[in-house]
Structure formats: structure tokens, C-alpha cells
Design a protein around this ligand. Structure first.
Ligand code: SF4
Length: 239
């Protein structure tokens, strides 16, 4: 192995070890010099400059995860998919039966609707990134429990910090409540611009809710939200 190869192998090991420590809740290592500011982000492996490599490391760190009880009933981990440099990340609640079978997010009926919504504002599904707050299917499609969400949450945070999209769109109440860290009513918050770690966040309805309540009003609301998202992305891209 050449010296540069040795160096990058060593760096990779260090990053993975730090990611493990962070998973254990350790945010800072070492002792700062007197008077020196504490740079907590210095050891954050999500601050990879290359989002492709950053996402790969997060997936590698997740492994065949057994950190919460949701692993017991899953067939496949649904990590997320799409463009690592996506202008928009859609965050849903958790995988359903079809997602659990294929290992891909939003591929059932709700997923088909989400794809149509994305296309309605001129993007393709491959242009954006899609993931969920938990990566394994809750049994019988129940809501993920608070401790399950808390255990899986660091991986979502790292995905979002690695991609750093121009806009995050949360789909439904659980995704919004998780990112805001408090219980919120989606009906009151839908369509209102919020902020997550300096990234604009727009909550909208979950496509599964839309399928259950396929009225002119709900459809209009979601399409209006997506148009706002598209306009914001175009504004910040200078197009
Ligand atoms: S839901 Fe997340 S934390 Fe729980 S087992 Fe799956 S990947 Fe691990």
C-alpha cells in the first residue's frame, strides 16, 4: 500500500470510529486549550465535502443495524435514495410493506403519488433525495415509537447535514415533529416556512394521507406547497 493509500485508509478508520462514538452520544473528544472555542462540528463525519462519500460512510456505519427493536421484523433496511446533491430532500415517516420488500423508499401507492407530485413541478424523482425518519418498517405499519425514532434519528440528521439541500420537505406529522423536536399539528403548520439547522423546511401532507383524503382542497394544498418549494430552489439557484 502506498503512503497516500495508507493515509486515506487510516482517515477512513478514524472517521468510522468517530461516527461510532457519535452514535453513542459522544459529541466532543479531547480538551480544548484554555480560552479556545469548542468546535463541536470538527469531528462530525457528516461534514464530508463529498456528499457521495458522506452518504456512503453513513450507510456503512448503519450496517445491518440492530440498534432498535424495529430490526426484528424488517426484511430490508430502507436507507434512502436519490441525488446526493439534491436541491430538495423529502422526509417521510417509515417504510411500508413494498419498501421493506424492495429496500427503496416510497415505491408503493403513496410513492407513486409522491413521484407524480415531484414531476408536477418539473423535477424527476432522480433529481431529489427521499428518505424516512426510521429506516426499518414498523410491524403492521404502526407509528414508530419515540425511542425507535430517537435511536434512528442521528442517521437522518447526518444524511441531511451531508446533502445540505436548499429545502427540506417533511411529509406528514411524524417527520415534521421529529425534525422540530416537538409535537406539532400538521394541519396548522402545513405550507409554512420553517428552519432546520439553517436549511429552509416546508411541511406538507404525507402522500398516504392525500390518498385517504383525495379532495380538491388537499390536492391543491400539496401542489401549492411544492410550487413554493420549486420557486425557493430556483430563487437560490439564480435561475
Ligand atoms: S429503525 Fe433505524 S435504529 Fe432501528 S434498527 Fe432500523 S436502522 Fe437501526
Amino acid at each position: 500500500m502506498s503512503p497516500p493509500e495508507k493515509r486515506s485508509a487510516l482517515l477512513r478508520k478514524v472517521r468510522l470510529s468517530l461516527a461510532d462514538l457519535r452514535q453513542e452520544g459522544i459529541e466532543f473528544l479531547g480538551r480544548p486549550l484554555p480560552g479556545a472555542p469548542v468546535e463541536r462540528e470538527r469531528f462530525d463525519p457528516s461534514s464530508e465535502s463529498d456528499p457521495v462519500e458522506g452518504l456512503r460512510l453513513i450507510r456503512e456505519n448503519l450496517g445491518e443495524c440492530t440498534r432498535c427493536r424495529l430490526h426484528e421484523g424488517r426484511n430490508r433496511i430502507v436507507f434512502g435514495e436519490g441525488n446526493p446533491q439534491a436541491p430538495v430532500v423529502f422526509v417521510g415517516e417509515g417504510p411500508g410493506a413494498e419498501e421493506d420488500r424492495t429496500g427503496r423508499p416510497f415505491v408503493g401507492r403513496a410513492g407513486e403519488l409522491l413521484t407524480r407530485i415531484i414531476e408536477s413541478v418539473g423535477w424527476q424523482r432522480e433529481d431529489v433525495y427521499i428518505c424516512n425518519i426510521v429506516k426499518c418498517r414498523p410491524p403492521k405499519n404502526r407509528d414508530p415509537a419515540t425511542d425507535e425514532v430517537a435511536t434512528c434519528r442521528p442517521f437522518l440528521d447526518r444524511q441531511l447535514l451531508t446533502i445540505r439541500p436548499k429545502v427540506i420537505v417533511t411529509l406528514g406529522k411524524p417527520a415534521l415533529s421529529t425534525l422540530l423536536g416537538r409535537n406539532v399539528a400538521i394541519t396548522k403548520m402545513r405550507g409554512i416556512w420553517l428552519d432546520w439547522n439553517g436549511i429552509p423546511l416546508l411541511p406538507t401532507y404525507h402522500p398516504a394521507y392525500l390518498l385517504r383524503n383525495y379532495t380538491r382542497e388537499t390536492r391543491q394544498a400539496v401542489w401549492d406547497d411544492l410550487r413554493k418549494v420549486r420557486a425557493r430552489v430556483d430563487e437560490t439557484s439564480g435561475s
